[in-house]
Design a protein around this ligand. Structure first.
Ligand SMILES: Nc1ncnc2c1ncn2[C@@H]1O[C@H](COP(=O)(O)OP(=O)(O)O)[C@@H](O)[C@H]1O
Ligand SMILES: Cc1ncsc1CCOP(=O)(O)O
Ligand SMILES: [Mg+2]
Length: 518
């Protein structure tokens, strides 16, 4: 068993093929150590033994001076030759028992695992830590296994949370400044999270390993960025704060970057303007970095046209917004309607953090991995309210997000507090994109209420559904065709009333708190 309490927070893995021109591996490692890496693994797949030992001795001088462990990848002879603090071995390398026999009880032995079965055996064999992954596609070695994604990480952490003794675990596989937060926070399960991240090219290939290391270490040490303090909530307390949110949208005109289907585009742009926000529809990957850098900007991912190319485009945008901690809303349109869309939902969940996930019953059930009944974009299931709330709360807890399940009654939950809202009008189920445009409004409200996403969701749904009721009551409205323009008008009128401090329209709100009894 490793004798020392090892800090696995920022685990540098070297790769001689990634060193930028004009510098050396030794220089990159030295800068990374200055930047705060907490453990180093020297990996030399092609070096001659003598060269490997010479390099290992140099690097060991650096790590000893910094008081951090040096592990040798796979080669026990090299580890013994320089008296390294331990080794890291793969599934196809020397077995753990033999390594332990050769190295003794005081050296660190780490093992690469992808699956719970491998982790189970590793625990039985008495390794000191697990290297889990590749989480994402990795360019630093030919993957023997497909990437395991966030879901694969969660499976292993769930298993480790049940193990009698604490087993440290680090994740590896394309972890960098864009993906580190998601990997650390989305993989966490109750009572267990990663002990650190293993990083290769993001540091070794960097022109500034010291700064990158420092920024990565800061991400590892910071609290989960979307943890909002969840106070106990009652409908009157929340409704009282709704006008502030709607007035702030008008005051600040948040930019809502839409990735949205062609059916809904124009309607969504006009609804976004009607509530006082500013829409931009762009599927142009090269401009996502610019858009996600805009202050007061946010992203709506509407999966209406879920082609494989579109999914890649969604992921490109989500990565940019996640990295900049800008809000992202996900509308898994028709998420349960086809095998391709079910796969798309999994792919997006595996790599993204969403601040709100909004959909009809079939879509939310599909995202939650429940049996989903859909016909095209429409939900054809009608589960009990208890069942729907159970699914919504479970999804909100698992994805650390706000879930909005829409229908004749809307359900909003952060996993702890759940509201059922009963406003709206039948015409909303007679027009297309009625759910899509709610996504635009939710995104606008979220942008001005990042510290309280639950409130943002309640504000958006109430604004939309009460506007729908008022629009339907207009004498000019005789059916869906005259309803849509009246709805846009009502959204515009209600946000102006809020801007003038008049929230009398909220007296129509029908909001109940729902507490599961089982
Ligand atoms: N039968 C209904 N009566 C009142 N409001 C409804 C009804 N069906 C849907 N809505 C409202 O319409 C909006 C879109 O919901 P939904 O139709 O479930 O979305 P989607 O169009 O994505 O399937 C929600 O705000 C919801 O409250
Ligand atoms: C009809 C249709 N087809 C692909 S996207 C879309 C619009 C769906 O809108 P909503 O989810 O609001 O019903
Ligand atoms: Mg929809």
């Amino acid at each position: 068993m490793a004798p020392i309490k090892v800090d696995y927070s920022l685990y540098l893995v070297t790769d001689p093929n990634l060193v930028p021109d004009g510098t050396t591996l030794e220089e990159q490692v030295e800068k990374a150590i200055k930047g705060g890496v907490t453990i180093v693994q020297l990996r030399e797949k092609d070096a001659e033994t003598k060269d490997f030992i010479d390099r290992a001795k140099k690097i060991h001088e650096m790590t000893k001076a910094a008081g951090i462990p040096l592990l040798i990848n796979d080669r026990l002879d090299v580890a013994l030759a320089i008296d390294a603090e331990g080794v890291h071995i793969g599934q196809d390398d020397i077995d753990v028992a033999t390594a332990r026999k050769l190295l003794g009880p005081d050296k660190i032995i780490g093992l690469s695992v992808n699956y719970v079965s491998e982790a189970t055996k590793a625990v039985e064999d008495g390794v000191d830590y697990l290297g889990v992954g590749a989480v994402y596609d990795t360019s630093t070695k030919i993957p023997k296994q497909p990437p395991i994604g966030i879901s694969g990480l969660r499976k292993i952490l769930s298993y480790l949370s049940s193990v009698h003794r604490y087993m440290p675990a680090v994740a590896i596989g394309s972890i960098n400044l864009q993906t580190a937060r998601n990997v650390l926070n989305l993989s966490a399960v109750p009572s267990r999270s990663l002990d650190g991240i293993a990083v290769v090219s993001a540091i070794i290939a960097s022109p500034d390993p010291e700064t990158v290391s420092r920024e990565l270490l800061q991400i590892v040490k910071e609290p989960p960025y979307w943890m909002s303090v969840v106070k106990d909530r009652t409908p009157p307390a929340i409704i009282a704060d709704v006008p502030t949110i709607i007035a702030k949208v008008q005051e600040t005109t948040p930019l809502v970057h839409h990735l949205i289907n062609r059916v809904a585009t124009n309607f969504a742009a006009n609804v976004t303007l009607a509530v006082g926000a500013s829409p931009v529809m762009s599927e142009n990957i090269p401009e996502f970095a610019d858009f996600s850098s805009i202050e007061n900007g946010s992203l709506l991912v509407n999966m209406g046209f879920a082609t494989p190319e579109a999914v890649e485009m969604y992921l490109a945008a989500i990565t940019e917004y996640n990295q900049r901690l800008r809000p992202v809303v996900y509308d898994p349109v028709a998420g349960g309607a086809s095998t391709l869309r079910k796969e798309a939902v999994k792919a997006l969940l595996n790599r993204s953090h969403f601040d709100i996930i909004k959909g009809n019953e079939g879509e939310i059930f599909a995202v939650a991995g429940e049996m989903s009944h859909m016909r095209g974009v429409d939900s054809t299931s009608s589960s009990s309210m208890e069942k729907k709330v159970h699914v919504v709360e479970g999804l909100a807890t698992k994805e650390k997000t706000i879930v909005v399940l829409t229908g004749p009654q809307d359900i909003i939950s952060d996993g702890i507090t759940t509201f059922v809202l009963s406003n709206g009008h039948d015409y909303l189920s007679s027009i297309t994109a009625s759910g899509c445009v709610l996504g635009s409004i939710l995104t606008a409200c979220l942008t001005v209420s990042l510290e309280d996403r639950f409130l943002a969701a309640v504000a958006g749904v109430l604004l939309y559904t009460i506007a729908a009721e008022r629009a339907a009551a207009q004498p000019s409205v005789r059916g869906p065709g005259t309803f849509v323009p009246a709805l846009i008008d009502e959204l515009y009128l209600l946000r102006n009333m809020c801007a003038k401090g008049d929230s009398s329209w909220l007296s129509a709100a029908k909001v109940e708190r729902f507490v599961l009894t089982s």
